[in-house]
Design a protein around this ligand. Sequence first.
Ligand code: SF4
Length: 178
Amino acid sequence: MGLEFTTGRLADAVAWARKFSLFQYPFATACCAMEFMSLWGPRYDVARFGAEFPRFSPRQADLLMVVGTVTERQAPVLKRIYEQMCEPKWVVSFGVCASSGGFYQNYSVTPGIDHVIPVDVYIPGCPPRPEQVLDALIMLQDRIQSRQGWSERMYELDQRKQREAQGVDAVTKPGAVR
Ligand code: SF4
């Protein structure tokens, strides 16, 4: 009980620190990027959420912001960037083009980046308003605090599978993972 309480509190503190120190990698491809940039101005002041520093190396980022249209030719690049980011990591899909392909219903555009990589939060709009992005950041922070991020769950599941394969843990159903 004492150890569980201590490690639980420690995990909460780590999650709190993570949610206020997000380092974004902006994968910006199209017109949504114009609206995305307004977040850094004094009016919307994304620094309040600890997410003001973009990182242009995926190895230094833990939040992949996919901003704009992603074509089929760009999809493998996006996947590679995602794979180069260290765990735990999160993905936000910015705008309808990134989330569903938008109005580009044709062979050359990916019909949503979740066909390529997992997504934690989707932001609707063409382009989304900056207030929607702040709303999405708050949603993501809640998910980080409660350790519900998609990639974190999958990472945990993967770790468990590896331990099970080594005979360390009892077999656990995937649905049992938080
Ligand atoms: S959602 Fe609209 S603004 Fe954003 S990339 Fe697509 S067409 Fe451009």
